[in-house]
Design a protein around this ligand. Sequence first.
Ligand code: GUN
Ligand code: ZN
Length: 449
Amino acid sequence: MNEEQGQYLKQEQEHAWLIRARILSFDADPGDGDTPRDGSVVYHQDGALWWADGRIQGIGDYRDLAPQLPADVSVIDQRDKLIMPGFIDSHVHYVQLDIMASYGRQLLDWLNDYTFPEECRFAQRAHADNMAEAFLKELMRVGTTSAQVFCSSHPNSVDAFFSASQRRGLCMLAGKVLMDRHAPAALTDQTLGGIRDTERLISDWHGTDRLGYSVTPRFAPTSTRAQLDAAGGLLRNDGSLWLQTHLSENLGELDWVAELFPESRDYLEVYEQSGLVGPRSTFAHGIHLDDGMRKRLADRSANIAFCPSSNLFLGSGLFDRRAAQDIGLNLTLASDIGAGTDLSGLATLKAGYQVGQLLGQPLTAWSGFHALTRGNAISLSLDDRIGRFAPGMDADFVVIDLSASPLMARRMARCESLAEELFTLMMLGDDRAIFETWAGGRLQHRRQD
Ligand code: GUN
Ligand code: ZN
């Protein structure tokens, strides 16, 4: 951050602020059609977002809001930019930032050859601190202001991540990986030792500032039944906790789960039997599910995290979004780096569109940007605080430059509607389109030109 940004940052909490810009937010799900459902899109061509003390005070047309403003409000004129609520990533591994783009493996070999050796490095607190900072900096550069994050199995890695998030004033969910078998000794817990570590982390971090704890069994093959049951016990004792894990990503994984848990009729039942399936649970992937499993997840209001760039990178399969939606299953959108190829929500939308095209179910820009903001917030039960613009909500937002590259500027000049502009953004946009990222009312990132 340069000196000018430092000044900006120092002033921001002493002031009420207003940005004048084009503003887009969603009050309801726009649906999958080319035209958004009535009342779902809130758009102000000459809009204003006013905030103070980290909270939104007002949102609307500039000319309506201007007369109500306090005298000391600082006005930032960004009429050539588009503002949206900060993007949300429902499933990402901060400890895998440095193994993105590791060649030539599918899930189980990728875990053994690249992922587990990398996660061993997080035994060192200094390494975890450096990586947490690097990861958050990258997140801010791509406009993602909240995420549900896997740490490693070392409690240190969670302390490092939450401390760095707290310093920046971010809303983040995270947890220590629970893993008591089928991984290197340096990564495996004692079955109940991992649970005790989790309890300590919950008591230190859950509900502190804008942070929440997600109980994090890695996936069925790396936890014994005893550890999964104990994780379920934590959720039963405290209904405010979240749960994150992986489900049905890869065919080899499915066979292995069937071998390890012969008492369960399918992969999902392994988690059901341990009490891990509920409205605050997010299961990454869920590619190889039948309608019966989709229905069981939907009946418990559980979430699937659709991670398209990861699914393509690991060759895991094509996620059938339509089948999930037809059954009423909650979907979230996620990068899943290090298997994902890009941290950017825009890139996740692009990959989601491409996967959709291969299945004859293209993702509209309305549906995509809703999912990235209010949709993910609702699924993660964070919608009382983030994901949408309304007075009282947290001031987390991204300032987007729709003409960030010469090519984008050319293509945008041809657009005749907001829908076309948004689709162009999701296909051609990248970190250059993120002009500024604000979270908790604080400037977290400004693009260096
Ligand atoms: N399944 C179990 N662990 C992982 C992981 O770290 N990444 C992905 N993509 N799938 C997993
Ligand atoms: Zn994952």
